[in-house]
Design a protein around this ligand. Structure first.
Ligand code: NLE
Ligand code: FE2
Length: 297
């Protein structure tokens, strides 16, 4: 349904300023002219945006709100059993609307007093250094389009459902928000591309796809699991490994499928002690040491 390796559709701007989002031929919206047009228009809003401007407002259609309603309802039920406590606490404080897609500006207004986080618009893939770096300032890059209606249960591409239901509920929880911030500090502290890649892989296996044990049950805290009502039903059956920085920072993953290797942080305390501490202090040498240690195993 999606091409392997395709995660963010490339966004092109031609000489006369026309923006086009390149959906692969296996993308569920590939043959849907209206959807393609919509993706182009929403990407153009983000490209026009300058720091200091108000967040772009998207006039969502009823059909788009309907996708949000469907996915929100499915996820709300599943989160009760499958999401970690801190995430549920964040969701309770943030109180996202279930009946319509909220604007990123309004989600930012609700988040800021809670943890200081706010959104900045992204047209598509944001270079790693910027995406992670601005987390240190409490800024989170988010797309504003919504997944294609034909496959609501899962998309490999981050859409507004993933950015808001997956990430904002976590960003509304102080302990998670602090982890996002130190991930940003780590991205700013490391110099080499290799070390940045390592930091971003650790982010992938924790804040995107992390799981942890609570009262003997495996729960999810990663935004990628918590925004997909397809994947959330499957994560407990995947290969669950103990939290290990060297492994997380070096193994490959396929972004186009349900993640089959997950890391159990054990507890919130352990996530903070191991991953939070790593991000808060790591530099290029620390990353090199971890990589060398993995090679010598
Ligand atoms: N698979 C997630 C979802 O369907 O919401 C998005 C993951 C983006 C990294
Ligand atoms: Fe994400």
């Amino acid at each position: 349904m999606f091409e392997e390796g395709q995660y963010f559709a490339p966004v092109n701007t031609d000489a006369d300023g026309t923006v086009s989002v390149e959906l692969g031929e296996n993308h569920p919206g590939f043959a849907d002219a209206d959807y393609r047009e919509r993706r182009n228009a929403i990407a153009a809003l983000a490209l026009d945006w300058q720091p200091g401007d108000p967040m772009p407002t998207v006039a969502y259609t009823d059909a788009e709100h309907e996708i949000w309603r469907l996915v929100s309802a499915e996820l709300a039920v599943k989160h009760r059993d499958m999401a970690v406590r801190d995430y549920l606490g964040g969701a309770e404080r943030l109180m996202l609307p279930r009946d319509r897609i909220p604007q990123l500006a309004e989600v930012s207004r609700a988040l800021e007093p809670l943890t200081g986080f706010s959104y900045v618009p992204a047209a598509g893939l944001v270079p790693l250094r910027d995406f992670y770096g601005v987390l240190a300032e409490g800024k989170f890059h988010a797309t504003q389009y919504i997944r294609h209606h034909s496959v609501p249960l899962y998309t490999p591409e981050p859409d507004v459902i993933h950015e808001v239901i997956g990430h904002a509920n976590a960003l509304a929880a102080p302990r998670f928000a602090a982890l996002y911030r130190v991930a940003g500090e780590a991205a700013r502290r490391v110099h080499s591309e290799e070390a940045l890649e390592f930091v971003s892989r650790v982010f992938w296996f924790t804040l995107e796809f992390g799981v942890m044990t609570e009262a003997d049950e495996l729960k999810a805290y990663g935004a990628g699991i918590l925004s997909s009502y397809g994947e959330i039903d499957e994560f407990r059956g995947m290969t669950i490994m103990p939290l290990d920085l060297g492994t997380m920072g070096t193994i490959d993953y396929d972004i186009t499928k349900y993640q089959d290797k997950l890391f159990d942080a054990g507890s919130m305390d352990q996530l903070e002690d191991v991953v939070g501490e790593f991000w808060a202090t790591c530099d290029d040498d620390a990353v090199e040491r971890l990589k060398a240690e993995v090679k010598n195993r």
